[in-house]
Structure formats: C-alpha cells, structure tokens
Design a protein around this ligand. Structure first.
Ligand code: 5GP
Length: 207
C-alpha cells in the first residue's frame, strides 16, 4: 500500500479541524452522496448526547482500546484531551479495495502518522474564520463545560498552526461554500495525472 498509486482503488481522504469548526456539518453534507465511506473511529471518551455507538464512534473501554493496539487493529491512534481515539484498519482497506473513497476525520497527531503510512492520501484541514468564532460555536453547542471549552480552544490554536502540513486549507465561513470547496478538492484530485493515465490510453484507443 505504502506510496503506491492505485488506479480504480478508493482514495483515502484525511480531514482535520479543531472541534467546533463545523467539520461534522460539512462531512454530513458530503456523505449524503454515498460515494464515500466514513471511517468510524474508536474512542474511550463518553458519548455526547445524541451520539450513537457504531455510528459516530465505537465507544469502548481503555482496556478494549489497548487490546486493539496490541493486536495491530489500528491504522493510527492518538490521545486527545485525555482520551484515546483511533482508526480501525481492516475496514478501510476493504473499502478502498472495492474502489470506495474513505474519509478519516482525525486530529493532527493521527493525521501525521497516516501521512507517513499513506503519503498518497489527501489531507484537508478545516479552519474557522476566526478563533473567537470557534469559542462562540463551542458555547452554542452547549455540550461541554467552561473548563473543557477553554482546553479545546487552546488545543485548537496549537492545531491550526500545524495546518501547514496538509495539502488543502478549507475556511468554513459559510457551510454551502465549504461543501462546494470540499467537492472541488476531490474533483481536482481525481483528475491528477497519477490517477488519470488510463484516460489518455482510452482517448487514443478511440481515435
Ligand atoms: P471529539 O471528542 O470532538 O469527537 O473529537 C476530538 C478530536 O479527536 C477531533 O479532532 C477528532 O477529529 C479526533 N478524532 C476522532 N477520531 C479519531 C481517530 O480515530 N484518530 C485520531 N487520531 N483522532 C481522532
């Protein structure tokens, strides 16, 4: 898999954003198209209200998580705000083998591990129009305490600085534009020469 460009295989798309950037809303729109498989991560954090096990995350214990690490079941994993988060590996490779694009919604440390393992993945970083706006969105969500919000805003500022290591920066000022931008990135990626060489042969054969 490493470093190999595969025609007809699904692409891996890695999306990071500090929490509160509207990443979930953008991805929900993108996933309506059914062209993508959303990688359901495992985490040791508790479910937020409305989150469903197996849909938003696989909510598992620390012991179960550590067992998956030992058994090489994770593509990558990281600790974030005191909890483990990780990407179960097998299902991703199965989907890509079937030609389906997979989306990983992971934080920066994990994304950088994936970049080493799968350098041909597409790395997208979503940023808010401003850090104040981020705090406002987190407060509006109302699912976290003041202390957790402060921790997440501080973490976000640090994360945004690392966005330079990604392929694309997507500013989420207006949802509709952000969704269009996301689709434009994927469309352009699919037209890259590495994935389109077969089109040249097809055209010449049809002369
Ligand atoms: P939240 O608790 O807000 O759902 O997620 C916190 C952070 O963990 C987010 O930045 C999210 O993208 C990241 N995250 C979710 N799943 C994974 C994963 O499987 N691996 C890594 N490295 N980060 C993840």
């Amino acid at each position: 898999m490493q470093g190999v460009i595969m025609d007809n295989k699904g692409r891996m798309i890695v999306v990071s954003a500090p929490s509160g950037c509207g990443k979930g809303t953008i991805l929900a729109e993108i996933l309506k198209s059914h062209e993508y498989y959303y990688s359901v991560s495992a985490t040791t954090r508790s479910p937020r209200e409305g989150e469903v096990d197996g849909v938003n995350y696989h909510f598992i214990s620390k012991e179960e998580f550590e067992k998956m690490i030992r058994e090489d079941g994770m593509l990558e994993y990281a600790q974030y705000c005191g909890n483990y988060y990780g990407t179960p590996k097998k299902i991703l490779y199965d989907k890509m083998e079937q030609g389906i694009n997979v989306i990983l919604e992971i934080e920066v440390q994990g994304a950088m591990k994936v970049k080493k393992l799968c350098p041909d993945a597409v790395f997208i970083f979503i940023i808010p129009p401003g850090i104040n706006e981020l705090e406002r969105r987190l407060r509006k969500r109302g699912t976290e305490s003041d202390e957790v919000i402060a921790k997440r805003v501080a973490e976000a500022a640090g994360e945004i600085k690392k966005a330079v290591n990604y392929d694309y920066i997507l500013v989420n000022a207006a949802l509709e534009d952000a969704v269009d931008d996301f689709k434009a990135i994927i469309r352009a990626e699919q037209m890259k020469i590495e994935y389109s060489k077969n089109k040249i042969d097809e055209v010449l054969e049809n002369a």
